[in-house]
Write a protein that binds this ligand. Sequence first.
Ligand code: RB5
Length: 147
Amino acid sequence: MKIVLGSDHAGFALKEELRANLAKMAEEVADFGTFCENSVDYPDIALPLARAIAAGEYDRGILICGTGVGMAIAANKYPGIRAALCGDPFTARFAREHNDANILTLGARVIGPGLALEIVETFVRSDFQGERHSRRLQKIAFMEEQR
Ligand code: RB5
């Protein structure tokens, strides 16, 4: 399992905390920044991470900003990305099992580090169930081609 992390300044502290724990769950944990609490624009982090996920360089991406909303909006603009903003483990599980989400977004100003870690663990350990869900994802992929 190869995981890539990214955050803006609002998500920086949570990203640092999660990285230490993710090392136990993944063979590789890459970090696309940001690397300090100076203000940055979340699309500047979301774009290279989304590109790397879409290219198959990593199995899962995790993007963190203040609410998780900006990162989700930005990442989902990239073809092949299915980014899910999750605030609980149940949603994280089904984002993987039904939606084959390849990026998890988190709101560092919304949830605490303990809940964030549970969400991340669930997201990393849950697998896509295929079958009827594949048909639905094919319809989403078709929507991408309509641009
Ligand atoms: C930064 O202040 C904040 O707007 C950003 O982290 C994020 O919450 C945007 O969606």
